[in-house]
Design a protein around this ligand. Structure first.
Ligand code: RIB
Length: 312
């Protein structure tokens, strides 16, 4: 399978993760068993997943001129990414995420955008020559919406496919731009916010995804955590089966799915194969702690898939 070239235009954070036995109530102080720091941010996580699986990655992001920014740059280099379009913003902190993970592996996340808020449409234009050489552009919503829109316009103008993961969801997202992306990948809570429809049951999820297709969105892929995923297009809907695992930490699992999907679909794998393998990659990631720290390399993932008896 050929190695694709993937551009990620998005956020980078340092994750400050506290593992709790249970989530605290408002006003309550609790003691927690452990704490870890790691590399995160939805954009950087998706880039890391694609890079660990062997894709060439062009990273377009913004970091502060602080220690977190320096460490993140070193991490990008260690993952073999092209960092020529990583911007450093003077006098602004790098993005930070404070994360609580409970005993069932579920999380609560608070982000401070910091330098991520400074990634601009002009940065997309400046990276233009590199973006034109890519198979896919990956986008999320931890950077300004106008930057996301500029990237979608760029992809459309230059024939580069775009993938939008609308996380964290905002009702301000303009459906006119969502119609222009090739793949739109929300999770069920993001789908609920964006459509105003319930997503409690599988039938709810299907109806909400179909409502986006009826509004002209090309392909909707809903990630459903332990329940797999759902693909909706004008041709119909298809379920992607879950891989049963015992979750330790679900942080960054959605990003693992998106990065792996880009890696496999960018290599011309069929949509079905790319989605099946992306779901397996995300499932594998929740068995380890952290976001990027939980992502398997290509060799490790092939071993995991062999253990499932899955096809390659
Ligand atoms: O999707 C998980 C990510 O969300 C974390 O790594 C955190 O940085 C926030 O951006």
């Amino acid at each position: 399978m050929s190695k694709p070239r993937i551009a990620v235009i998005g956020s980078s954070n340092t994750d400050l993760v506290t593992y709790v036995n249970r989530m605290p109530a408002p006003g309550e102080t609790i003691e927690a068993p452990s704490f870890e720091m790691g590399f995160g941010g939805k954009g950087a996580n998706q880039a890391a997943a694609a890079a660990k699986l062997g894709a060439e990655v062009v990273m377009v992001t913004a970091l502060g001129d602080d220690l977190f920014g320096d460490n993140t740059m070193r991490n990008f280099a260690a993952l073999g990414m092209d960092t020529s379009h990583v911007k450093r913003v003077a006098g602004t902190p790098s993005g930070v995420a404070t994360i609580l993970v409970d005993a069932s592996g579920e999380n609560c996340i608070v982000i401070v955008k910091g330098a991520n808020g400074e990634l601009s449409p002009a940065d997309v234009e400046r990276a233009g020559a590199a973006l034109k050489t890519c198979d896919l552009i990956l986008l999320q919503l931890e950077v300004p919406l106008e930057t996301v829109y500029a990237a979608i316009r760029f992809g459309k103008a230059h024939g580069v496919k775009t993938v939008l993961n609308p996380a964290p969801a905002t009702p301000a997202l303009d459906i006119a731009y969502v119609r222009e992306v090739d793949y739109f990948i929300p999770n069920e809570s993001e789908l609920a916010i964006l459509t105003g429809m319930p997503t409690q049951t599988d039938a709810d999820v299907e109806a909400a995804a179909k409502s986006l297709i009826a509004q002209g969105v090309q392909a909707v892929i809903v990630t459903l955590g332990g329940r797999g995923a759902l693909l909706a297009t004008a041709e119909g809907t298809q379920r992607i089966a879950p891989t049963p695992v015992t979750p330790l930490d679900t942080t960054g699992a959605g990003d693992a799915f998106v990065g792996a999907f880009a890696r496999f679909h960018g290599s011309r794998a069929s949509l079905d194969e790319a989605l099946t393998r992306a779901a397996r990659y995300a499932a594998d990631s929740v068995t380890r702690k952290g976001a990027q720290g939980s992502y398997a390399t290509e060799a490790e993932f092939e071993t995991f898939e062999r253990g499932l008896g899955g096809r390659r």
